[in-house]
Design a protein around this ligand. Structure first.
Ligand SMILES: CC(C)(COP(=O)(O)OP(=O)(O)OC[C@H]1O[C@@H](n2cnc3c(N)ncnc32)[C@H](O)[C@@H]1OP(=O)(O)O)[C@@H](O)C(=O)NCCC(=O)NCCS
Length: 250
């Protein structure tokens, strides 16, 4: 009887040991695969490349950029990021083919930046030039061959939406004729432009150098005049011959 019990206990202990070992090995490999996956840049599709630009030289990115989620699909898409760029809570999504996103070096950080090249549009371009600061902006490139350019030394506050197209088609109810083309749209922000809080910059707009866009404005047309304050919905020039400085104190 005693012998039998000892035998049973031995068997039970042995089977538990085996189970635990297998369980811990499984956990180890699951954790490891998550770690490897987490470090990898997320690119699917074909010939999509992510480069880090350092002193004008492009090197293929091999590990994740801290606090920047990248999701690329489609074909022949290129993402170039300056080596000094710092991100917080930022996301880049790119689908379609032959799109390019360039983010040049900056002394400032990019916070809550969402670059939205989702949908299957092609040949789109986003270029954030040198020394731009972003507190919270969504850049939506909708339509084939559309582009968003942010000039150097520009400052984008929080809650900003910039869209180079409308994203959907509008047509005449009676004739079914398209009222506008979603393709070839653009938003060109000049150099040293300050875009205040909660702004919407619509398609086919240009803002010239050294301008300020007042808080909560909706920009629906181009402004060719430099050094202006533009504000309201729809935005209009409210002051001329101004300039601004990033410092908060005189
Ligand atoms: C645009 C701005 C800088 C203009 O400041 P300002 O030169 O002192 O302008 P004023 O207060 O003298 O206003 C001039 C006129 O423009 C109007 N105006 C000012 N800002 C406006 C705005 N955002 N939208 C609509 N109208 C505006 C004023 O009502 C005033 O109209 P009136 O002449 O009919 O009375 C300021 O109003 C603003 O929007 N600041 C927010 C900046 C921001 O977002 N900072 C976040 C940190 S990045």
């Amino acid at each position: 009887m005693v012998n039998l019990l000892e035998k049973d206990n031995f068997l039970i202990t042995r089977s538990y040991n085996g189970g635990y070992i297998k369980f811990f090995i499984k956990i180890f490999f699951v954790k490891l695969s998550f770690k490897i996956k987490d470090k990898k840049l997320h690119t699917n599709g074909q010939n999509n490349n992510i480069y880090i630009k350092d002193n004008g030289i492009l090197k293929k990115a091999i590990k994740k950029i801290p606090d920047l989620k990248i999701d690329i699909d489609g074909k022949n898409n290129t993402l170039i990021i300056g080596s000094s760029c710092k991100f917080t809570q930022s996301v880049i999504v790119c689908n379609g083919n032959n799109n390019s996103i360039i983010i040049e070096n900056s002394n400032y950080s990019f916070s809550k930046l969402f670059i939205n090249l989702c949908s299957e549009f092609n040949e789109r371009k986003i270029h954030i030039k040198e020394n731009v600061s972003i507190g919270g902006a969504r850049l939506h490139c909708w339509g084939d061959n559309s582009r968003i350019i942010i000039g150097e030394n520009s400052m984008l506050s929080t809650g900003i939406n910039i869209m180079s197209g409308d994203g959907h088609i509008i047509f005449d109810k009676l004739t079914n004729k398209y009222l506008h083309n979603n393709d070839n749209g653009f938003c060109e922000i000049g150099n040293h432009v300050w875009i205040g809080m909660e702004n919407i910059i619509c398609k086919n707009t240009k803002i010239s150098d050294n301008c300020i866009i007042g808080a909560g404005s909706v920009v629906t047309k181009s402004f060719d005049e430099e050094n202006c304050i533009i504000a309201g919905n729809p935005a209009k020039i409210i002051k001329r011959n101004i300039n601004w400085d990033i410092s908060g104190k005189i």
